[in-house]
Design a protein around this ligand. Sequence first.
Ligand code: FE
Ligand code: FE
Ligand code: MG
Length: 178
Amino acid sequence: MSDGSFSIDVAAIRERARARMDEGPVTSTYGRDVDKVIAVLNDVLATEIVCWMRYSQNAIACSGIDSAQVADEFHEHAKEERHHAMRAAERISQLGGDPDFDPETLARRSHTPYTTFADNDLTAMLKENLYAERIVIQSYQDIIRWLGDADPTTRRLMESILAEEEDHADDLTDLLGI
Ligand code: FE
Ligand code: FE
Ligand code: MG
């Protein structure tokens, strides 16, 4: 294995680092249209907020026999979805964007639907949340593949969130007994 051809042009890098200092951590090596990445992350932010709302509503709506375990899981997932939202918002800000928390457009921008239940059907709630998790598992994988090595930090953020979404889907599968 030879890597003798690899070298870093420090002089050129130093010069580029001086240009566009206002872009902070976004430099000339950033491999995507940063505005597009910010837009994609803002839809992730909307998705995570809607997931937080859905799990929170569902946790409160749980009642009756056997509901405590399901409610506990929904509360835990709600907390984790809110954390995902804040991590996406932090990254948007780092990239020079404005995290969009506007409630007027949240549901429209979210990958997942906001589903509530008039009757207390634990199985239906678990299934709808599993459905939502299976949506984000696909859309976040698409985002991760699209980012590739162009923005490793955003990719790792999305990979870390994806791992927790898969864990959520697994928890719901266990509770459904499927
Ligand atoms: Fe999430
Ligand atoms: Fe989740
Ligand atoms: Mg869990």
